[in-house]
Design a protein around this ligand. Structure first.
Ligand code: PA5
Length: 439
């Protein structure tokens, strides 16, 4: 079983200061556990890994198999929490160029994401890309009313029906939504689409380990049992109310102390581009959970060493409002040995016979040292490798830490009232019925 350890030494926060939060954390822990079955508390994600429904997992696997057999492409329609989790896991655990690989190399369908923006060019480009391919659709929306996925679903459902006829199209549509509410649920009932339910007490950004994430993930051949197993291990590990032994709670505490010390931007950094969308998922989780009531750490992301050549200067010497959390991987899936060359024209012989992963590691160590010396505290999350159980573990770690951290900050980590503001303005401008601008 994979393990993840968190190193707080370079956060420069001493143990005494962390332990001062013991009682407060214990109280939040108790409240969360006591409210686990309270439907209004959005805490269903807390015990998803241990309580997952075997029948549902079997249905997910069955549908994933059907998609693998009859489709070259799965079009995943969704936005925010109904999009980022699946993409985070798929990109972390498949080949870096999965969608570009040949069908033989890939073995499983390409995954294309729509409904996550309103760009006509983006959508037209995908239509062009899939027009001669067999495809299926997984439309995901908890509310069933979000504009971006609703528009995309209308477009791609029509495309599917034009290509296969209404009857076969119906067999290629998978709907993941609320058990009874929303336009999407109504449509699914009327058209008799295969449907998966998002539990009432699991909010969008905490839903990756429900069918929201699991159906697209399983379609790419990723082992969802192992993913859940990693999360289950984390569920047990991070259920210790004693702050001394709970790194997940410590992470929540340390970021709150740093915030009080005017470090109001957290950068999540990785050294492997496969984690790019994991960082995007994390940004949504923390941004929507904590950024409210005029408070919250701004979650930013960087991919090193790429961004050392763009944002590195700011991080090293700009406004001292930053701290960094580093996702450090012990093992790469594959490695490259740097060759010796007689003429040494590029001056690289000092690295001859060294592994590229070694160079990357030294870049990471050097960067951590430089940033900490420059006044950017670092928290380092060490993990063995990118695997189903490590990613499952990491998802649960960040979800639980986010809930604790938001509660320490004094905000409700499970709502997102601010997201409605742009929608209201947009609907008024689009003259959506019920949103007519009052004169
Ligand atoms: O975390 C959330 O609740 C949001 O980010 C939602 O996931 C996002 O707005 C999409 O909503 P829905 O799934 O209702 O279409």
């Amino acid at each position: 079983m994979s393990n993840i350890s968190v190193n707080f030494k370079k956060s420069k926060i001493d143990a005494k200061e962390i332990m001062a939060y013991s009682d407060e954390v214990k109280k939040i822990h108790m409240t969360m556990n006591n409210n686990l079955n309270n439907k209004n508390e959005f805490l269903g994600w807390l015990n998803l890994p241990s309580k997952h429904n075997k029948m549902e997992l079997d249905k997910i696997k069955k549908c994933a198999k059907k998609i693998q057999e009859n489709s070259d492409v799965l079009v995943v329609i969704g936005i925010g929490g109904s999009y980022l989790g699946a993409r985070a896991v798929i990109e972390a655990l498949t080949n870096s160029f999965y969608n570009l690989q040949s069908k033989e190399e890939r073995k499983f369908p390409q995954i294309l994401y729509v409904g996550n923006n309103l760009s006509s060019t983006y959508i037209n480009d995908i239509i062009e890309l899939i027009k001669d391919k067999d495809f299926s659709i997984n439309v995901i929306s908890k509310s069933g009313t979000t504009t971006e996925p609703a528009i995309a679903f209308r477009i791609f459902r029509n495309l599917l029906e034009d290509k296969y006829g209404i009857k076969e199209a119906q067999q290629r549509i998978y709907v993941t939504t609320d058990k009874e509410k929303g336009a999407l649920k109504q449509l699914a009932n009327e058209e008799d689409y295969e449907t998966f339910v998002i539990p009432d007490n699991v909010g969008g950004r905490y839903s990756v380990l429900t069918p929201v994430g699991l159906l697209p993930i399983a379609t790419t051949g990723i082992d969802i049992d192992k993913l859940m197993e990693g999360a289950r291990f984390a569920q047990e590990k991070y259920n210790d109310p004693d702050l001394r032994y709970n790194d997940c709670y410590k992470y929540a505490v340390v970021r709150n102390i740093l915030y009080k010390n005017k470090k109001n931007v957290e950068i999540l950094a990785c050294y492997n581009p496969k984690l790019h969308f994991f960082i995007e998922w994390w940004k949504q989780l923390y941004g929507e959970s904590e950024g409210k009531d005029g408070k919250g750490i701004f979650p930013a992301g960087v991919e090193f060493t790429t961004d050392l050549h763009s944002l590195g200067q700011y991080i090293q010497e700009g406004e001292r409002c930053l701290f960094e959390t580093v996702l450090s991987l012990e093992d790469e899936e594959s490695d490259i040995t740097i060759q010796y060359e007689d003429d040494n024209l590029d001056g690289l012989n000092y690295l001859a016979n060294k592994k590229l992963s070694y160079v990357n590691k030294k870049a990471m160590e050097g960067t951590i040292e430089a940033h900490v010396d420059g006044g950017v505290p670092n928290i380092i999350i060490e993990m063995k490798e990118l695997s189903e159980d490590t990613i499952g573990h990491l998802i649960y770690f960040f979800e639980k830490a986010c809930a604790i951290s938001g509660s320490l900050l004094g905000v409700n980590p499970f709502n997102q009232p601010g997201v409605e503001k742009y929608k209201t303005n947009m609907f008024e401008l689009l003259k959506k019925p019920g949103y007519e601008k009052k004169k």
